[in-house]
Design a binder for this molecule. Structure first.
Ligand SMILES: [Zn+2]
Length: 488
C-alpha cells in the first residue's frame, strides 16, 4: 500500500541556498547547528526477516508530526512538493480533510491521541509555567491496551514534551528518548542559550533508532510510535547539504527565511519517513500476512504569521486543523473524508483495526473512523473540542489576551469561547471564511447559544479547569522547557 521513497534532492550551486540565509537570520545559530549535528544519512535496515505470527492482526504504526500544518502537504493542496512520501501514503489510503487536534500544545494533544479522550478527560492539562501535570497512571493508553493483547510495543521520540516525564511511556516495552541524557554542544539562539541535544533530536536520528528496532525478529504483531519534531523550531535544522540545495527567491526578509526553513524541515522529515515506510513495506511484503496499518497525523500546526502569531498554542485553523492520513490493507486507496474528525478518533479506529474486543477497551470519547471511511453518513455529526488554558504563553506575549479558550467545531461553524471575557468570544463560518477573519459572535446569537450549550453538555468543567499548581518541578525540567521556548 505504500511506496518506497525517493531521496533525490535538487542540487544547486554551493552557497546560494537556504543555509546561507538561515545563518544570517539566526546570527549563526542554524549554521552552528547544521555543522554540529551528525548529517550522515541513516542506513536503512536491510533485514526482511521480521515477522509477525498472527495472520489477522496487523502491525500498527503511528507517526506523529510535531508542529506540522496540513496546508504544507501536496495531498492537502500545497504547491511545493515537500511531502512526496506522505502524499503517496495518502493516495494509497484515506485522507481526512477536516481533522482537529484537541489542543495546540504538544503533550496535551498527544495525550488525546493516545487515550481517545479530550483534554479534560485524560487529565494532562497544561505544560506551561508552574502548572505542569502528567498523564495520570489511571489513564489507559493505546499502548497499554495493545500490549495487553500481545502486541510488541515501541516508541521513538524526538523531543522532551512527549517523554516519560509527561507519562507517555505507559504501555511501551521500548521507549526511546535517549537524547534526554545526552550532552551536546551549546547553541546560541536569538532567545539565549539552547542546549538542543538534551531536548530534541533530528528526524534521521530517530528514524535510525526505529529502523534498528524494526530489524529485530519477532513473532507477534507490533505497535510502533515514531514522533518527529523537526518543524517545531529552527534550532535543529536539516543537514547542510539539504539546506544548501534549496534555491530561494531573491530578497527574502527574515520571515521569508523562516517560512523556507519550515518547509525544509518538513521536506527532511518526509524523506526520513520515506525510509521508514520503505522498510515497513518491505517487511509486509515478505511476511504476506495481515500487513500494516499506518496512521500519520500532527499534534498541531503552527502560526506562521497568521493571526499575528508565530507559534502554536491557540485555536485558529492553522494551529488546530491537522493533517491526518490512514493507510492499511482494508482501506480503499484514494478515500477522502470531508466530515469533521478528531485526534481522539485515532485510538478507537486502531483498536477496531487490530480486532480488539469492545470489552477489552477502556472508556473512550472518540469514535472509530471506519464508518466514515466506508462512506457511511452519520446521523449525529462529530463535534470537535479543543482548549487552550496555558496562561503563560499569552501573558508574556505583548498585545495578546490571557483568557482561557474553549473550541467547538460543528460542521462549518467554529466557536471559541473566551471564558473570563465572553464578550470577546469568536464565531466563524469556515465555509465562507476559512481564514477566520470575520467574527460573527455578535451577529449570530442563536448559533452561539446552541454551541455554548453543546460545550456545557461535554462537561468540560469550566470551574474545574485549573489544575493544582506544582511547586516541585525540578530545575532541569524548567531548563528543558525554557530551551524549547515554552517559558520564554
Ligand atoms: Zn507539538
Amino acid at each position: 500500500m505504500i511506496s518506497q521513497t525517493s531521496s533525490a534532492i535538487r542540487t544547486t550551486r554551493p552557497g546560494s541556498g537556504l543555509l546561507c540565509l538561515a545563518a544570517i537570520a539566526f546570527s549563526g545559530a542554524i549554521a552552528a547547528c547544521g555543522g554540529g549535528e551528525d548529517s550522515t544519512a541513516p542506513s536503512a535496515s536491510t533485514s526482511t526477516s521480521a515477522a509477525f505470527s498472527s495472520a489477522d492482526r496487523p502491525n500498527i504504526i503511528i507517526i506523529t508530526l510535531d508542529t506540522t500544518r496540513a496546508d504544507r502537504f501536496g495531498c492537502y493542496g500545497y504547491s511545493k512538493a515537500i511531502t512526496p512520501n506522505l502524499d503517496r501514503l495518502a493516495e494509497g489510503g484515506a485522507l481526512f480533510s477536516r481533522a482537529y487536534a484537541q489542543a495546540a500544545v504538544t503533550p496535551v494533544s498527544h495525550a488525546s491521541m493516545m487515550t481517545g479522550l479530550n483534554p479534560y478527560g485524560h487529565g494532562l492539562r497544561v505544560l506551561h509555567g508552574t502548572e505542569l501535570t502528567r498523564l495520570a497512571e489511571k489513564a489507559v493508553t493505546l499502548a497499554e491496551v495493545l500490549a495487553e493483547q500481545g502486541y510488541d510495543t515501541a516508541a521513538f521520540l524526538s523531543a522532551f514534551p512527549v517523554s516519560e516525564y509527561f507519562g507517555f511511556d505507559q504501555g511501551f516495552s521500548v521507549f526511546d528518548a535517549e537524547f534526554l541524557v545526552q550532552t551536546r554542544e551549546t547553541i546560541i539562539s536569538d532567545g539565549g542559550v539552547v542546549n538542543t541535544g538534551m531536548n530534541q533530536r533530528r528526524a534521521d536520528k530517530t528514524t535510525r533508532r526505529a529502523l534498528d528496532w524494526l530489524a529485530r525478529d519477532r513473532d507477534t504483531p507490533y505497535l510502533l510510535w515514531v514522533h518527529y519534531f523537526d518543524p517545531h523550531d529552527p534550532f535543529v535544522g536539516p543537514p547542510t547539504e539539504l539546506l544548501d540545495s534549496i534555491p530561494l527567491p531573491e530578497g527574502l526578509d527574515r520571515e521569508g527565511v523562516l517560512l523556507e526553513l519550515y518547509d525544509a524541515e518538513i521536506l527532511f522529515m518526509d524523506q526520513q519517513i520515506g525510509l521508514l515506510l520503505g522498510e515497513i513495506e518491505k517487511q509486509s511484503e515478505s511476511d504476506g500476512q495481515a500487513g500494516s496499518v499506518i496512521a500519520v497525523l500532527s499534534d498541531h500546526g503552527e502560526g506562521l504569521g497568521d493571526h499575528d502569531w508565530w507559534s502554536h498554542g491557540k485555536l485558529y485553523e492553522e494551529q488546530i486543523n491537522i493533517p491526518f492520513i490512514l493507510n492499511g490493507p482494508t482501506i480503499t486507496p484514494g478515500t477522502q473524508v470531508d466530515d469533521v474528525v478528531r485526534s481522539i478518533d485515532l485510538m478507537p479506529t486502531l483498536l477496531e483495526l487490530a480486532g480488539v474486543a469492545q470489552e477489552a477497551r477502556p472508556p473512550i470519547e472518540g469514535l472509530s473512523l471506519l464508518p466514515l471511511i466506508r462512506g457511511e453518513s452519520e446521523t449525529t455529526p462529530r463535534l470537535a473540542y479543543a482548549d487552550s488554558i496555558s496562561k503563560l504563553i499569552y501573558a508574556q506575549r505583548k498585545n495578546h489576551q490571557t483568557d482561557r479558550l474553549f473550541m467547538l467545531v460543528e460542521g462549518s461553524l467554529k466557536f471559541i469561547l473566551h471564558l473570563q471575557h465572553p464578550e470577546q468570544s469568536e464565531l466563524y463560518d469556515l465555509a465562507t471564511d476559512p481564514k477566520e477573519l470575520i467574527n460573527l459572535y455578535n451577529e449570530r446569537p442563536r448559533d452561539v447559544r446552541r454551541l455554548e450549550a453543546s460545550l456545557d453538555a461535554l462537561d468540560f468543567g469550566r470551574t474545574r479547569m485549573r489544575p493544582e499548581p506544582r511547586d516541585d518541578i525540578p530545575g532541569d525540567i524548567t531548563k528543558r522547557l525554557e530551551a524549547l521556548g515554552y517559558l520564554k
